[in-house]
Design a protein around this ligand. Sequence first.
Ligand SMILES: NC(=O)c1ccc[n+]([C@@H]2O[C@H](COP(=O)([O-])OP(=O)(O)OC[C@H]3O[C@@H](n4cnc5c(N)ncnc54)[C@H](O)[C@@H]3O)[C@@H](O)[C@H]2O)c1
Length: 319
Amino acid sequence: MGENRFQTVAVVGAGLVGLGWAIVFARAGLNVRIFDGIADIRSRALARISESLADMKRLGLIGDVDAVLQHLHVVETLPEAVSDADYVQESVLERIDVKMDVCREIASAMRPEAICGSSTSGIPASQFTADIPWRERFLVVHPVNPPHLIPLVELVAAPWTEAGVVALVRKEMQRIGQSPIVINSEIEGFVLNRLQGALLNEAWALYAEGAASLADIDAAVSQGLGRRWSFMGPFETIDLNAPEGIADYARRLAPLYHSIAASRQPERWPDDVVQRAEAERRAALPQDGLAQRSLWRDQRLMELNATFVARAVPTSDRA
Ligand SMILES: NC(=O)c1ccc[n+]([C@@H]2O[C@H](COP(=O)([O-])OP(=O)(O)OC[C@H]3O[C@@H](n4cnc5c(N)ncnc54)[C@H](O)[C@@H]3O)[C@@H](O)[C@H]2O)c1
C-alpha cells in the first residue's frame, strides 16, 4: 500500500466543500471526476470553480487556470465518478442516513484497492460505515472550509479502518499540499471543532454577560490571538510567552486559567442572546451581503496564503 499514489480521484457532492476539494486535487495535477446528485449543481460546478481559480491566479497561488481546469470533469452518475478512482472524497449532506446510503453506493462502485474519505464535520465513520463492503478502506478526512485555501485536514479512523489506509492518506494529503493531522480516537467534534467550540462557548458567555460588545470580542481574535494563530498553535504560543518556556508559563498562569474555567458552567447558547447577536450582525452586515462577504473572506485567505508562499523556503535551499 505504501507505494500507492492517488492519480485519479472522485469528488461526490459538489457543494461548498466538494468544489474546494476538487480544486485541491486538480491544482496538484490529479484527474478529478466530480459528481453531485442535483443536475443544476453539476451544470454550474465548473463555472464556480473557474471564478475561484481566476482569483487564485491573480494572487499567484496557481499558474494557469486552464491547466487546472483540464484536470476537472463533471460526470452524470456516481459509478462513473468512482469506478476508476484511487481515492474518493465524499462531501454530501451532513446526515447519517445520507452518508450511509452514499457510502454504500461508493463501496459498490469503487475498485477494491480504492480508499474513501468522508468530509463529515463531526459524525464518526463508525456510525455510517459499519455495514458496508470494504469498510476497512473508509475513514474521515475532515477539511476546513474552504479546503483549497485552508490546508488542515483531520484524519479519523473507524475501529475497522486499516492502519495502512490512514498512513497512505496522510502521505498523499501532504504530497498534494494539505496539512493532515491524525486524531487517535473517534472523539465528538474531532480536534478542530473542539478547540473552536471552547473559544465560541467563552465568546458567547462574555457577550451574554455584557463583558464587551460582539464587535470587540471578534476584534480580540482578529486583531489579537488570530494574528499569531495563523502561523503557530496555542502550545507554541505559550512556550514563547514566558522566559523559560511552556512549563514556566504554566507555573505563572495555570492558577488564572483554572480560576476562569472554574467560573463557568457548560450551557447551551441561550436563544435570546443568539437573537441579540443576530440583530447586531445583521445591522453590521445585512443577510443579502453574506455571500459577497464570504468572497471577501476567501480573497483575504488567498492574500494570506500568498504571503506564506512568498516566504516559503524553496526545497532546494533547505538543509
Ligand atoms: N461548510 C463547511 O464549513 C464544512 C467544513 C468542513 C466539512 N464540511 C462537511 O462537508 C460536507 C458537505 O458540506 P457542504 O457545506 O459542502 O454542504 P453543501 O450543502 O454545500 O453541499 C452538499 C452537496 O451534496 C449533494 N448531495 C446530497 N446528497 C447527495 C448524494 N446522495 N449524492 C451526490 N450528491 C449529493 C448536494 O446536492 C449538495 O450539492 C458535510 O459533511 C459537512 O459537514 C462542511
